[in-house]
Design a protein around this ligand. Structure first.
Ligand SMILES: *[C@@H]1O[C@H](CO)[C@@H](O)[C@H](O)[C@H]1NC(C)=O
Ligand SMILES: *[C@@H]1O[C@H](CO)[C@@H](O)[C@H](O)[C@H]1NC(C)=O
Length: 394
């Protein structure tokens, strides 16, 4: 029991984490962006990469799409681009709206580019009508593109269009765009834009959505990202101490069952968010989430079919229980980071979670050392059988 009472650190860490999460965070998201002109859009999306934002309104009666796209060029003399690709999902074939600072006039230049192939990117009219175009620079160094687009009727029919966005470092005097980077964020800068669901969520503000995302993030970070690892640490290390038996078991079960309850709530909010998402599907995050839910559900039910300690199948049950446990641990933490990337909240959230994980890792390492010390001491003084970690489960 000594270890239990002398280990306030996880609780302290949790408190710190909550303090950081609950503190008012004015995250940079599209819902907080205002335009100096009179552009008003009914929807906005925080695009999943390159810190880019799309504001849009869509009128299905005449297939007119109004957009306001905000992004920051990779260098101050660089360019930003938002495009519809009528034929494919990537860059080749995309009909692009581009903005950059004109080095001779100092103003922000708007131009359209028909990216027929990767090798030929020159200013050109698009395959559909574009009007009311403009581009401005913003006080934070970003650029914004405004335009109205007549979405071709065949594309509008499905209600979904392929969008591609990008930022690059410089522009030639003749308007040729210098190559963008090929980092993961650049390569992921594409997705489908759901014109209809975008339209149907027009009533609910971006703030409402953001609040839901934050709740989803907090529930899941606490359950999959903190409580589950904490429960695993308890199971692995606290039980080394004979006096902590069977307290460690109840503590472990309590931790994991509450983590599961919170996790299922978080999971449900995730499913809801996914179904409401205006056209962007985060398939990896969603699939890992589903896998986590399945693994954890099996773990909870396995608690009830646990063979007795000395039963011959107990060995196999232990192998199963530990491997599922470690899989949940790894996937859970991975998915929290994945979610943080998607939500791109203020940096301190990510940092806070990183600190929690590092602290839990440090505590584990320390306990690992203590465990071995205890086991070796026990071995030398009592010369009983050695530490049989995997077999002395409750
Ligand atoms: C489409 O409809 C909207 C709303 O009725 C109108 O403001 C807009 O000018 C129309 N656009 C075109 C291209 O007709
Ligand atoms: C910059 O602006 C001038 C004057 O409008 C124009 O002739 C020139 O093509 C522009 N340069 C680029 C790179 O767009």
């Amino acid at each position: 029991m000594a270890l239990l009472s002398s280990a306030p650190s996880p609780a302290v860490i949790l408190l710190c984490f909550w303090a950081v999460i609950i503190s008012p965070a004015a995250s940079l998201t599209c819902s907080s962006q205002k335009f100096s002109g009179n552009q008003v859009y009914s929807n906005c999306l925080d695009l999943p990469s390159l810190s880019s934002y799309l504001h849009f309104s869509y009128d299905s009666a005449n297939t007119t799409l109004s957009i306001g796209f905000v992004a920051t060029p990779s260098k101050s003399s660089g360019w930003i681009s938002w495009a519809i690709n009528p034929k494919d999902t990537g860059m080749a074939g995309s009909q692009s709206l581009v903005a950059y600072k004109n080095s001779s006039t100092g103003g922000v230049q708007f131009r359209t580019y028909d990216v027929a192939s990767y090798s030929s990117i020159v200013p050109k009219d698009l395959s559909f009508e574009v009007w009311d175009t403009s581009a401005v620079s913003r006080s934070d160094g970003s650029l914004a593109i405004f335009a109205k687009i007549k979405v071709p009727v065949n594309l509008a029919a499905s209600g979904k269009i392929n969008q591609v966005w990008q930022v690059g470092p410089s522009v030639g005097t003749d308007g040729t765009l210098a190559k963008h980077d090929f980092a993961a964020a650049n390569l992921q800068a594409k997705g489908t834009l759901d014109l209809k669901s975008g339209q149907s969520t027009a009533g609910s503000g971006g703030n409402d959505k953001l609040k839901k995302k934050n709740i989803h993030g907090i529930l899941n970070a606490v359950s999959w990202g903190i409580l589950f690892p904490l429960g695993a640490i308890i199971a692995r290390y606290v039980r080394t101490f004979e006096s902590a038996d069977p307290a460690w078991f109840y503590l472990h079960a309590f931790c994991q069952v509450s983590a599961y309850a919170i996790g299922v709530a978080g999971w449900a909010t995730g499913l809801k968010l996914g179904s409401e998402s205006s056209g962007i599907t985060y398939s990896t995050h969603r699939n890992i989430g589903i896998a986590l839910f399945v693994l954890a559900t099996v773990q909870i039910f396995a608690l009830f079919i646990r063979p007795k300690k000395d039963h011959k199948y107990r060995f196999y049950w232990n192998i199963y229980h530990h491997s599922f446990g470690y899989a949940i641990l790894v996937l859970g933490i991975f998915n929290v980071f994945k979610g943080l990337d998607m939500l791109s909240p203020q940096h301190k959230w990510r940092t806070a979670y990183m600190i929690v994980i590092i602290a839990l890792g440090g505590i584990s390492l320390l306990l690992e050392a203590i465990t071995w010390a205890v086991v070796l001491k026990r071995k030398s003084t009592k010369s009983t059988k050695p530490y049989d970690g995997y077999n002395n489960d409750n």
